[in-house]
Design a protein around this ligand. Structure first.
Ligand SMILES: [Zn+2]
Length: 418
């Protein structure tokens, strides 16, 4: 099995034009002594909305790596796939985000639950985990209840993993299991049980994406209790280290933080936690790069600015349709969305200030940003007209893509500041 590096960043590139600019951010981090490996991720949902194929992600990643002479590893992620959607990713991808969130709470066979509880007496009682302040206390009934909730999801992860490994050979597959796109967060004791079950299923999981406490809205900062997040994050790191030893999971198993872009307020706590524990981290970003494309168009002015305004107007018109697939991961205040007519009169500076993620800037508009985030379908429908404009505005676009990824993400997370 290929081993995923300690630090990695998932980079989404909706239109397959920014791989070089994204890789440049990893080059800048490497120059500062932080090896952060790029993983180009694009979900089945994004491919479907845009009308693209996974091979295009592979091609643009390979081309960027060649152009910049990147000699470290890189990967292409079949993001959020399931048994019925994985097939078209098999040729192009070496990283698989196996999404089993929809199977959480589905009933597993009662005898499978009973067998799990029987096999894992160590999960009931008081469990002292190094790095966790107070031991988890659970009863056998708790174990049974939590196993009943998650066992079907873990069994599904096993089935999807085996399908991928059979098609590609286990030596060519990095497996992530994701449970983030669901309503309730998974607690650290639940994570421990899930990892025990994944080990039973022989899934060599290298990254796991739980749902954390708080809101991870697309393209904007974390909303939630920072102290509680930090405690949970540290407990999760301790649980993972413990599960690796106890259940023989891959030694490099680490957390994957989904919708991880733009969560500025938790990067400090996360950086200190991985520094203190020596843990690895996968941060998944996706639409933040598409937003930088729109910023690049607006910053260029002229026809670029006009197109940025057209994208906003189009997104506003189709707001409900665009927001529906992302309902659990956006919070848009419709009253804060400026009318398309008003935006038409904006200067470059006004448009960029509203969209660029600088929370301290009074002109920043989080609702507008989230709407544009989910509005990539409008640009996809423009087809070649949008792609030609990306090329025409290339200097500003790539400067913003690289700067956003490096200055606002890799630097605060992976480069020591204290
Ligand atoms: Zn996700």
């Amino acid at each position: 099995m290929p081993t995923l590096a300690k630090y990695s960043v998932g980079v989404g590139d909706r239109f397959a034009h920014q791989a070089k600019a994204q890789l440049n951010a990893c080059v800048l981090a490497a120059a500062q002594g932080a090896e952060v490996v790029p993983v180009w991720n694009k979900s089945n949902r994004e491919h479907t909305i845009i009308g693209s194929e996974p091979g295009s992600v592979r091609a643009s990643a390979d081309a960027a790596v060649k152009a910049l002479g990147w000699a470290k590893p890189y990967h292409v992620d079949a993001d959020h796939i399931r048994l019925e959607t994985v097939d078209r990713f098999l040729a192009a991808c070496d990283f698989y985000t196996i999404d089993v969130a929809d199977s959480i709470g589905q009933p597993a066979a009662p005898e499978a639950v009973a067998a799990f509880v029987e096999r894992h007496p160590e999960l009931a009682g008081s469990i002292a985990i190094p790095g966790v302040s107070s031991p988890f206390t659970t009863t056998r009934a708790d174990v049974e209840r939590v196993a009943a909730k998650y066992l079907k999801a873990v069994q599904d992860a096993g089935a999807i993993y085996r399908k991928i490994a059979a098609a590609k050979g286990a030596d060519n597959v990095i497996a992530e299991v994701s449970m983030d796109e669901t309503d309730a967060p998974q607690t650290p004791p639940e994570l421990l049980l899930i990892l025990a079950a994944l080990a039973d299923e022989n899934v060599p999981v290298q990254t796991i994406a739980p749902k954390f406490t708080g809101r991870f809205n697309k393209g904007v900062d974390y909303v939630g209790d920072l102290a509680q997040f930090e405690k949970e994050f540290r407990d999760d790191l301790a649980v993972i280290a413990f599960a690796v030893k106890t259940y023989g999971l891959p030694a490099n198993l680490k957390l994957s933080v989904h919708s991880g872009s733009d969560k500025f307020s938790i990067y400090g706590p996360m950086r200190r936690a991985i520094r203190d524990t020596g843990a690895g981290l996968h941060l998944k970003t996706a639409g933040t790069t598409w937003l930088e494309e729109v910023i690049g168009l607006a910053e260029t002015g002229g026809a670029g600015l006009d197109m940025a305004k057209e994208i906003y107007a189009g997104a506003l018109k189709k707001k409900d349709e665009l927001c529906a697939p992302y309902a659990t991961v956006i919070d848009i205040d419709a009253a804060k969305l400026p009318a398309a007519e008003a935006v038409k009169g904006w200067t470059s500076e006004q448009f960029v200030a509203a969209l660029r993620h600088e929370p301290a800037n009074p002109a920043f508009n989080a609702s507008l940003r989230q709407l544009v985030h989910v509005g990539f379908k409008i640009a996809a429908q423009m087809g070649d007209r949008y792609l030609a404009m990306l090329k025409a505005c290339e200097p500003a676009v790539s400067r913003n893509v690289t700067g956003n990824l490096y200055d606002r993400h890799l630097k605060p997370l992976f480069i020591n500041q204290d």
